[in-house]
Design a protein around this ligand. Structure first.
Ligand code: FES
Ligand code: FES
Length: 166
């Protein structure tokens, strides 16, 4: 039996008919067709499937699609602006070579973005701690943390000059 649900994803509403046990990951990736929502372990270990639900990082593989109604879902592709310009944090990842295969990158970027809003003064150690649920098979993490640190510096600078975060 399927249930009609409405999901708000990156500011757009989608009507779906899903089984009650369909995961949010499958709904976003397969039903809505968002390739930036990635299937990794499927059991809450790797963080690859991270999306934001009301600006809170969650594992889409551990969430049923029916549970995601009434929250604003944001995925990596929701970070680009109307002119398809990359988010400044994505630019930091590019500049630091912080993505190799790129499979973990959506989860890394979304988790880091929320941390930057909450604590842009986080130390390198605190950044590592916050990213502990996002696994990377390629980079060894150093460049990822370098990129995040640089972005945090930009956020602090913008805050001191009265600029806003994107
Ligand atoms: S695919 Fe969701 S945590 Fe690994
Ligand atoms: S860049 Fe390949 S898994 Fe992280």
């Amino acid at each position: 039996m399927k249930t009609q649900i409405f999901l708000t994803v990156n500011g757009e509403q989608h009507e779906l008919w899903v089984r009650n046990d369909r995961t949010l990951l499958d709904a976003l990736h397969d039903d809505i067709g968002l390739p930036d929502v990635r299937y990794g372990c499927g059991e809450g270990v790797c963080g690859t499937c991270t999306v934001l639900a009301d600006n809170e990082p969650i594992n889409a593989c551990l969430t049923f699609a029916v549970q995601a109604q009434d929250v604003a879902i944001q995925t990596l592709s929701g970070l680009t602006n109307a002119s398809e310009e990359l988010h400044p944090l994505q630019k930091c990842f590019l500049e630091h070579g912080a993505a190799q295969c790129g499979f973990c990158t959506p989860g890394m970027v979304l988790t880091s973005k929320v941390l930057a809003q909450r604590n842009p003064s986080a130390t390198r150690q605190e950044i590592r701690y916050e990213l502990v649920g996002n696994l990377c098979r390629c980079t060894g993490y150093t460049k990822i943390v370098d990129a995040v640190e640089e972005y945090f510096g930009q956020v602090r600078e913008q805050a001191s000059t009265g600029g806003g975060d994107r």
